[in-house]
Design a protein around this ligand. Structure first.
Ligand SMILES: Nc1ncnc2c1ncn2[C@@H]1O[C@H](COP(=O)(O)OP(=O)(O)OP(=O)(O)O)[C@@H](O)[C@H]1O
Length: 605
């Protein structure tokens, strides 16, 4: 018996040692890859005579580069960091290029692809995105552009594989694939290896490279597999493109893709000077919100192109149908639609047969309509990164465009129920709420600060906060804050759960003349300050958010405790009309006994 125990103990100890050794082996392999990368990249650096990356004359390819950009792409002047990124990748040095949406990142691989021997492999997240790129390149007369996806006919795939190895069967300059091809097709990887062995793989481009990082808002598991590229093709230069990557995410991308310390990083200013940002108070009734949007569109954007972002598929269908009933040429777009339906809606919008797309975030990457004059958010975005990208689809032609966000503080709890599974979901959402709650700082500055983009000026003079800076009132809301904390304490003592809406109703009963938007803003501000905490309850079909006392609730008892909330005195953050408050009060009475109502529940969509 004892002997058996001893054997089992020794076996367990061996298991632990084996695991430790395997972990160490994995670490050493990664280190080895990194060092090999370092050596390859250092050698390339030392072989480069010129490191003035912005030069348009010092490189052997400079003349040809200028000629192609002019003749094929019609480019007169390069935009920020375009020339730098092209010179770096043509010098075969790894590079990450971070430029805002619409800044012209694609050009940075398109021109080098035409200047290099062999082909450039572009890994792109969406088939529709690749199709758009191919169409636009073909229109410019660029030949040798292909894509491989799950839908590609086997005979065509075979022909592309042949062209990867030689130009005899037809020239190949740019090959688009989805990340799944790298992670899941051994056949593709083996053909890529053969192509590389005959020096045909000129460079690898990873579009939307932030999708590799789990810390970002668009993490895609298939992007993780791209770590294999640098291990398998250490001497092939990699170019990563993205519009959103904080410092931390950029470092994470470098680690995941095994990029060396020599990798060049160009980070352009995230500020879109042609975009006018506004956070607008969202009326508490859906009908009023629609009416407000209709007047806005009719007054300012009649017959112009725009996008309205909604947070659920149902919301996008409802908003679209309500707008259509009021004479707006709108159509909805979401991931639950057939591919053909989506393409048709997209096409009608591109051709200006539909003015407004009312969509979820499925209407996303690759939207390249230059004359989008407005992007409206019916509900706040999940994060500032999301908001930046979604609103950034406006004004890609460089002309003025408006980004209007309808903010209803209580929407925050609906969003919370949707992001709780994401690693940094709540943190990102809270930053978004801070952006909406802040009415004292320039919107552009708030976005720039988020991306650590040091812009000199902090006053754009055209956003809602800049143009209303003299209208801000800071009011002491200590009384209401203490009332909320007492209500929650009583509910907890009585084993009762309170939803945010229930709390709003309780406050309305006791403070009848308090504006409902202010009440909601107090609740959200208390949550952001840790005085309140969200407590999510899950059922198979829905998620309900209750509020409980937060970690910082006890600070409210301190003598120097201050609770101040800023609001606009008038202007763009319109106050709810008294008539509407009266109407919601009558509804309030009817629903008083209900524990939750539809605004407290998020149905799994
Ligand atoms: N230097 C330039 N001068 C004029 N137009 C340019 C220049 N560079 C790019 N463009 C044009 O700007 C538009 C946007 O370019 P592109 O699609 O490459 O942007 P992007 O940075 O990849 O945007 P996204 O992040 O949304 O994909 C395109 O129509 C492109 O032809």
């Amino acid at each position: 018996m004892e002997a058996l125990q001893e054997i089992q103990q020794e076996l367990s100890s061996i298991d632990v040692q084996v695991k430790n050794l395997l972990d160490r082996k994995e670490q050493l392999l990664q280190l080895q890859d990194q060092l090999q990368q370092e050596i390859v990249q250092q050698a390339k650096w030392s072989g480069t005579n010129c490191t003035d990356w912005s030069s348009d004359s010092n490189f052997t390819w400079s003349n040809q580069l200028l000629q192609i950009s002019r003749d094929t792409f019609g480019i007169e002047n390069f935009r920020q960091y375009q020339l730098e990124a092209m010179n770096v990748t043509l010098s075969e040095i790894d590079c990450i290029l971070i430029l805002p949406t619409g800044a012209g990142k694609s050009l940075c691989y398109q021109i080098p692809a035409l200047l290099s021997q062999g082909f450039t492999l572009v890994i792109s997240p969406l088939v529709s995105l690749m199709q758009d790129q191919i169409i636009s390149l073909k229109l410019k007369g660029v030949e040798g552009v292909e894509m491989l996806s799950a839908e590609t006919e086997p005979s065509h795939t075979k022909a592309v594989y042949q062209r990867m190895l030689s130009d005899n069967e037809g020239i190949l300059k740019i090959l688009f694939v989805t990340p799944e091809k790298i992670g899941k097709s051994k056949r593709f990887l083996s053909n890529l290896e053969k192509a590389n062995n005959c020096n045909r793989l000129a460079r690898i481009v990873v579009d939307e490279v932030h999708c590799t990082s789990q810390w970002g808002n668009d993490f895609r598991p298939d992007y993780k597999a791209l770590g294999v590229l640098k291990r398998q093709f250490p001497s092939v230069p990699l170019l990563g493109l993205t519009a959103t990557a904080s410092e931390a995410i950029t470092q994470d991308i470098k680690t995941i893709l095994s990029l060396s310390t020599c990798c060049m990083i160009f980070r352009g200013s995230m500020t879109r000077v042609n975009l006018i940002y506004e956070v607008r108070q969202k009326p508490s009734s859906h009908t009023d919100t629609i009416n407000d949007m209709v007047s806005l569109i009719n007054d300012k954007f009649r017959n112009q192109s725009g996008i309205i972002y909604c947070c659920t598929r149902k919301e996008s269908e409802t908003v679209a149908s309500d707008l259509v009933s009021k004479g707006i040429h709108a159509a909805f777009y979401h991931a639950d639609m057939e591919m053909s339906e989506r393409s048709s809606v997209h096409r009608h919008w591109i051709e200006n047969k539909v003015n407004v797309i009312v969509g979820t975030i499925a209407f996303g990457m690759g939207i390249d309509k230059p004359d989008v004059r407005f992007v409206i958010h019916h509900t706040i975005s999940k994060s500032i990164e999301n908001y930046y990208q979604e609103s950034g689809r406006a004004g890609r032609d460089g002309q003025l465009a408006r980004c209007i966000l309808y903010y209803r503080p209580l929407d925050a709890f609906k969003l919370s129920c949707m992001v709780f599974m994401e690693q940094t979901g709540q943190k990102n959402l809270y930053k978004m709420l801070q952006y909406c709650n802040n009415i004292k700082t320039c919107r552009r500055k708030l976005i720039a600060d988020h991306f650590v983009d040091n812009i000199a000026s902090c006053n754009c003079s055209i956003c809602d906060t800049c143009s209303n800076s003299s209208n801000v009132i800071s009011s002491d809301q200590n009384e209401i804050c203490h009332f909320i904390l007492r209500t929650i304490q009583q509910a907890t003592d009585g084993d009762v759960n309170l939803t945010p809406l229930k709390i709003v109703k309780n406050i309305q009963k006791h403070f009848s003349n308090l504006d409902i938007f202010m009440i909601e803003k107090v609740i959200v501000t208390m949550t952001l300050r840790g005085l309140l905490k969200e407590n999510l309850h899950f059922t198979p079909y829905s998620t309900i958010c209750y509020l409980i006392a937060g970690m910082k609730a006890s600070t409210s008892k301190q003598e120097n405790f201050k609770f101040v909330v800023d609001t606009f005195e008038n202007a763009s953050m319109k106050r709810q009309a008294p008539k509407e408050i009266a109407r919601s009060s009558s509804k309030k009475l009817k629903r008083q006994n209900a524990v939750v109502d539809d605004r407290d529940v998020v149905t799994i969509d």
